[in-house]
Design a protein around this ligand. Structure first.
Ligand SMILES: O=C(O)CCC(=O)C(=O)O
Ligand SMILES: [Fe+2]
Length: 181
């Protein structure tokens, strides 16, 4: 497990740096700020559910990180929202899925979009997935790159706190729209 975490952690950082370079940002930002103590792996288990699709395996959400590297098994059920439609991300053997998170959307000033995704539980089979979340230290300031920033400058601590407060108060995450200028 430790070996697997190291490999996926390096992959996530490399991908983030490449995506930054594609924005014309030559930087070590992710290597410098994404500390192992903040990045984490979540192992998800979705029991078979006779009430699917009325009941979700995982509610629609965006991830509160820079990017997520996801492995899903053969059962399927992951969907992403594209142009107002839910699209199935069908399982492919030996394939990892990369999801942009809220922090990358803010950092890229909206060029990369944090993808809304959800999981439809399978009626017959249980499903497993494993997700690695690339996160910075709490003190890291997220600042939009490029001209005329869409988002306020905020620390990851502020972002997490805001998400938690909104979930407590409204029962759901409001997310990046809280930080629009
Ligand atoms: O199980 C999946 O395919 C998605 C998991 C996910 O979105 C998450 O853990 O945030
Ligand atoms: Fe997610």
């Amino acid at each position: 497990m430790k070996q697997c975490t190291t490999i996926v952690a390096n992959l996530a950082e490399e991908l983030a740096e490449i995506l930054a370079e594609m924005l014309g940002q030559k930087s070590n930002f992710f290597k410098e700020n994404c500390v192992p103590s903040m990045c984490y792996i979540r192992m998800n288990r979705y029991p078979a559910c006779p009430f699917s699709p009325q009941v979700f395996g995982l509610m629609p959400h965006t991830d509160s990180d820079f990017l997520t590297i996801l492995h899903q098994d053969h059962v399927g059920g992951l969907q992403v929202l594209k142009d107002g439609k839910w699209i199935d991300i069908n399982p492919k053997q030996d394939t990892l899925i990369v999801l942009i998170g809220d922090l990358f959307q803010a950092w890229s000033n909206g060029v990369y979009k944090s993808v809304e995704h959800r999981v439809i539980a399978n009626k017959q089979f249980e499903r497993f997935s494993t997700a690695y979340f690339l996160c910075p230290s709490y003190e890291t300031m997220i600042e939009s790159r490029g001209e005329s920033s869409v988002y306020k400058r905020f620390s990851f601590r502020e972002f997490r706190q805001q998400v938690q407060d909104d979930v407590k108060r409204y029962g759901h995450k409001i997310g990046l729209s809280r930080f629009i200028l």
